[in-house]
Design a protein around this ligand. Structure first.
Ligand code: NAD
Length: 494
C-alpha cells in the first residue's frame, strides 16, 4: 500500500497522521494508497518553511529563477509517461489524456521560463523637471493553491510555475483523490535546484483548506473546484484579507447553427463530451441544435458513440471510469432524472457492463432536453451529452447567456458574421469557433464568467503574473551633480 504524506521544506513529513484517507484505482475499485490528512499544525509548519524560504527566493536573480524553471521543464518532459501513469492510476482517465494534461501544464512552465520579460516594468523619464517615474512588480510571499481531482497535474501547473517564477513560495493542497502527480513534481523541483521550502505540499480536506484560508502567513489563494466551494473559498479568503482567485464549475454549451459542417460538429461533440469521461471543466455537456439540423446531428453523434470503448485507461480504451463509485452513481441518477422529466434517452450509459469493480458508466446521449430539467440546470461532470433544440440563433444565445455558468462555449457555423456576433454577445469567458474545447494557450489566461469564477483574475498568462505580484510605482528625483554631487569634473552650482 502506497503511503502518501506531506512534503514540507524539501522533505517528506514523517509524523504519524491523526487522520488518513483512502486512494482508489477507479478502474479496479481497489484501494491502492493511504493519504495523510493534515490539520492546522501541518499548515503552520508548511507556512513557516515557506516564509523562511521566501526571503531568499524573492531576492534570487531572474537568471537563477529561469535556470531552475528550465531544469524543471526538462525533468517534467523527460518523465511525462511516468506522470501520466500516476494520473491514470488515481483518476482513471486514459493514458493519452493523462499525457495530454501534462503537456498542457508544461506549456505554463515554458511560459514562466520567460519571466525576465514578463516582469519588466514601465519607465517615464522627466514627468516633471528632473523627475522620473517607474513601476516594478514584487512577489507576494507564501501563496496557496487548492486544486480539484479532475486535472491533478495540469490545474496545479496553471499556478505554481508562474507563482515561483515571480519569486513567491508555494503551498499546494492537491485533491485528496489523486495527489501523487503533485508529490512527484515536488521531487522534480528539488532535482531542478529549487531551494527547499519554496514548494510545499499539504494534504487533506476542509480542515487543511480552512487553515490555509485563515493563516496570516498566506498571502493569496488560487482555487479550482466546484462552484459552492469556490464561492466559500472566495468569501472566506477575502474576509481574511487575502487575494483570491476561485475558479468554479461549468455547463458548457455548444451551439450548432444549420449551416455548420455537421461531421465536424459531431466529432467535436464526441471529443468534448466524452473525453476524460466528461470530467473536464471545459467538457461540452449541452448541445444547442438550431433546427432543422437536430435529427441529423443526433444521428451522427449516436453513430459515433457506438465506437467508443469504455474500460481501463491503461488498456488502450477511449474512455475510462469515473473517479469514485459515489460520483458514478450520482451521474447515473441524473440520467434517470432526465428520462423521468421527459428527455429522450438515445444512448443509455447505464446499460454498459464492464467486468470487475471499477467505477464505469458508458457514454450517454439525451435528446429533447429542456431548460427546466436538472440534467440541464446542474453541472453533471460525467459522460452525458444533452441536446436542446431551438429554432433561432437568438434562442440559442439566450440559453447560453441565461445559464448560471459561463466557463467555456463553442459555436459551429460556416458564417463568419454569425461567429463574430456570437463572440461579441456571449457571456462566457472562453469561446471556440468551430473548436469544441477552446482551452487558451498558456500565454493567454484561463477563466470563466458568472458562477464559474469568483474574483477577477484568470489563471496564467499576463493575468497570472499580475495575480502573483503586487505593483509598486517609484517617483524619483535625482539632483544634477552640480547640486553638490560627487566631484567628477561637473560644473558646480554655487
Ligand atoms: P471540489 O470542489 O469537491 O474540490 C476541490 C478542492 O476543494 C479539493 O482540493 C477539495 O479537497 C477541496 N474541498 C472540497 N470540499 C471542501 C470544503 N467543504 N471546504 C473546503 N475545501 C473543500 O471539486 P472536485 O470534485 O475536486 O473537482 C470538480 C469540480 O471542479 C467541477 O465542478 C469542475 O467544473 C471544477 N473545475 C473547474 C475548473 C475551472 O477552470 N473552472 C477546472 C477544473 C475543475
Amino acid at each position: 500500500m502506497n503511503q502518501i504524506t506531506h512534503w514540507i521544506n524539501g522533505a517528506f513529513d514523517r509524523d504519524k497522521p491523526e487522520r488518513t484517507g483512502d486512494i482508489f484505482n477507479p478502474a479496479t475499485g481497489a484501494i491502492t494508497g493511504s493519504l495523510a490528512f493534515g490539520n492546522a499544525a501541518t499548515v503552520d509548519t508548511a507556512v513557516s518553511a515557506a516564509t523562511a524560504a521566501f526571503s531568499d527566493w524573492r531576492h534570487s536573480s531572474l537568471t537563477k529563477r529561469t535556470q531552475v524553471l528550465f531544469a524543471f521543464r526538462e525533468l517534467v518532459a523527460k518523465n511525462k509517461e511516468k506522470i501520466a501513469a500516476l494520473i491514470t492510476a488515481e483518476h482513471g482517465k486514459i493514458l493519452s489524456d493523462a499525457a495530454g494534461e501534462v503537456t498542457r501544464g508544461l506549456e505554463v512552465v515554458e511560459f514562466a521560463c520567460g519571466i525576465p520579460h514578463l516582469l519588466k516594468g514601465g519607465f517615464s523619464e522627466e514627468v516633471s523637471t528632473g523627475v522620473d517615474v517607474y513601476s516594478i512588480r514584487q512577489a507576494l510571499g507564501p501563496v496557496a493553491i487548492i486544486s480539484p481531482f479532475n486535472f491533478p497535474a495540469m490545474v496545479p501547473m496553471w499556478f505554481f510555475p508562474v507563482a515561483i517564477a515571480c519569486g513567491n513560495s508555494v503551498i499546494v493542497k492537491p485533491s485528496e483523490k489523486d495527489p501523487s502527480a503533485v508529490m512527484f513534481f515536488a521531487q522534480l523541483w528539488k532535482e531542478a535546484g529549487l531551494p527547499d521550502g519554496v514548494f510545499n505540499v499539504v494534504h487533506g480536506d476542509k480542515e487543511v483548506v480552512d487553515a490555509l484560508l485563515t493563516h496570516p502567513g498566506i498571502k493569496s489563494i488560487s482555487f479550482v473546484g466546484s462552484t459552492p466551494i469556490a464561492r466559500y473559498i472566495y468569501e472566506t479568503g477575502t474576509k481574511a484579507g487575502k487575494r483570491v482567485q476561485a475558479l468554479g464549475g461549468a455547463k458548457n454549451h455548444m451551439v450548432v447553427l444549420p449551416d455548420s459542417d455537421l461531421e465536424l460538429a459531431a466529432d467535436a461533440a464526441i471529443n468534448a463530451g466524452f473525453g476524460s469521461a466528461g470530467e473536464r471543466c471545459m467538457a461540452i455537456s449541452a448541445i444547442v441544435a438550431v433546427e432543422p439540423i437536430g435529427n441529423a446531428l443526433v444521428a451522427r453523434i449516436k453513430s459515433r458513440m457506438a465506437h467508443i470503448v469504455t474500460g481501463d485507461g491503461t488498456k488502450g480504451c477511449d474512455m475510462g471510469p469515473l473517479v469514485t463509485a459515489v460520483h458514478r452513481d450520482k451521474v447515473a441518477a441524473y440520467i434517470g432524472a432526465g428520462a423521468k422529466e421527459g428527455a429522450t434517452v438515445v444512448v443509455d450509459g447505464r446499460e454498459l457492463k464492464v467486468e470487475g469493480d471499477g467505477f464505469f458508466l458508458g457514454p450517454t446521449l439525451l435528446d429533447h432536453v429542456t431548460p427546466t430539467m436538472s440534467v440541464y440546470s446542474d453541472e453533471i461532470f460525467g459522460p452525458v451529452l444533452s441536446v436542446i433544440r431551438v429554432n433561432t440563433y437568438d434562442e440559442a444565445l439566450n440559453l447560453v447567456n441565461s445559464h448560471q455558468y459561463g466557463n467555456g462555449t463553442a459555436i459551429f457555423t460556416n458564417d463568419g458574421g454569425a461567429a463574430r456576433r456570437f463572440q461579441n454577445e456571449v457571456e462566457v469567458g472562453m469561446v471556440g469557433i468551430n473548436v469544441g474545447i477552446p482551452v487558451p494557450m498558456a500565454y493567454y489566461s484561463f477563466g470563466g464568467w458568472k458562477n464559474s469564477l469568483f474574483g477577477d483574475s484568470h489563471a496564467h498568462g499576463s493575468e497570472g503574473v499580475h495575480f502573483f505580484t503586487r505593483g509598486k510605482v517609484v517617483t524619483s528625483r535625482w539632483l544634477d551633480p552640480s547640486h553638490g554631487g560627487i566631484n567628477l569634473g561637473f560644473p558646480q552650482n554655487d
